[in-house]
Design a protein around this ligand. Structure first.
Ligand code: DCP
Length: 126
């Protein structure tokens, strides 16, 4: 389903590979691939992280789910989070890395590094 602006609004799983493919095409048809070196993409990514940070700047602590935020504020946040993700995906891509696979591998490493809660810290009815 698409809205009048042509942007799909259905909620579905989106893969990093799909984003990667679409971004490569986006850059290629604009003649931008030549500028998308690892360093340039990293700098663009850091710039977008700055824009994302500005949204939270001076707000104090923010409750999960953003209960007091307007729809416009949430949309702005969605856009800045997306910019960060899109540059991150492109950075991994031009480095020849599979970011999805790498992230799964890292989650496994994290799980081995940080132990589960021990049973002594949990309560039981027995
Ligand atoms: N050479 C480029 C330029 C832009 N983009 C894409 C990735 C980001 O999703 C978005 C960034 O676009 P802008 O540089 O226009 O940044 P903003 O959308 O944040 O606009 P502004 O800085 O005016 O708020 O466009 C890209 O892939 N490659």
């Amino acid at each position: 389903m698409e809205c009048s602006d042509g942007i799909p609004r259905t909620s579905r799983d989106v893969s990093l590979k799909e984003l990667s493919r679409r971004l490569a095409e986006f850059a290629q048809v604009r003649g931008w691939a030549q500028y998308h070196s690892p360093r340039n993409l990293l700098l663009a990514l850091v710039g977008e992280v700055g824009e994302l940070s500005e949204i939270f700047q001076w707000k104090g602590e923010v409750a999960k789910g953003l209960p007091n935020w307007s729809e416009d504020e949430k949309e702005h946040l969605e856009e800045e989070l997306s910019d960060v993700l899109l540059y991150l995906v492109q950075l991994a891509d031009v480095c020849g890395l599979d970011l999805g696979q790498a992230a799964l591998t890292k989650i496994l490493k994290n799980a081995n590094k940080y132990p589960l809660l021990t049973t002594t810290t949990t309560t039981t009815n027995n």
